[in-house]
Write a protein that binds this ligand. Structure first.
Ligand code: CO
Length: 210
């Protein structure tokens, strides 16, 4: 129980510190949240959204799962996107992967990890699609890192293939979907320059008409 008590103690200290620095902090947040950003990231404990982008509670709406996937049958992720885009009206969706992602590493092997194999199948498919490029990379870590980048780019596209995002664009709502990657070694985020902000950037077959 000691470890849990530590967390609760930390929380009390944090709350008191926030109130001391800004007495209105919590009372403002009680009434509304108006985040500009939706973050879709990995569940990895080292890639904590608010911490690594240095923002306070209330500033980023967060969805995390293993290997930061946007799977088109995942009602959880779809609901987060729909609420963020339609109700909160975020202006930016950030898919943030990270180098050394354990989910990506696992997907590149033949080892079974149980139920999660089904989830990681999407990364295996991506690995197969890019097998020529990946096979040409000799260094195992560099190969893993490249698949982490390719995975981010694919998930950015997947977000944009949703009816929710395309409907927002059709009604003129400004919305950009970005792909970032975080380095566990140095804590630095790189923009992968795969931003999509209108349906014209999508392959034709994925574009919906009104
Ligand atoms: Co990860």
């Amino acid at each position: 129980m000691h470890a849990l008590q530590q967390l609760l103690d930390n929380n009390r200290r944090w709350s008191a510190g926030r109130i001391a620095a800004d007495p209105g902090f919590f009372s403002r947040l009680v009434h509304q949240q108006t985040p500009q950003f939706l973050w879709i990231g990995c569940s990895d404990s080292r890639v904590s959204a608010n911490v690594i982008i240095g923002v306070d509670p209330g500033e980023v709406f967060v969805h995390r799962n293993v290997a930061n996937l946007m799977v088109h049958t995942d009602v959880n992720c779809l609901s987060v996107i729909q609420y963020a885009v339609d109700v909160l009206q975020v202006k930016h969706v950030i898919v943030c992967g990270h180098y050394g992602c354990g989910g990506v590493t696992a997907a590149m092997t033949n080892k079974s990890y149980g139920l999660i194999d089904n989830w990681l199948r999407y990364i295996k498919d991506l690995y197969r699609e890019h097998s020529a490029e990946l096979a040409a990379i000799d260094d195992a870590e560099a190969r893993n890192d490249r698949l982490c980048e390719l995975n981010v780019a694919r998930q950015v596209a997947n977000v944009c293939y949703t009816g929710v995002v395309q409907a927002a664009w059709r009604r003129g709502q400004p919305l950009a979907v970005h792909g970032w990657i975080y380095g566990l070694k140095d804590g630095i985020i790189e923009d992968l320059a795969v931003t999509i902000e209108n349906a014209d950037q999508l392959e034709a077959i994925y574009r919906f008409k009104a």
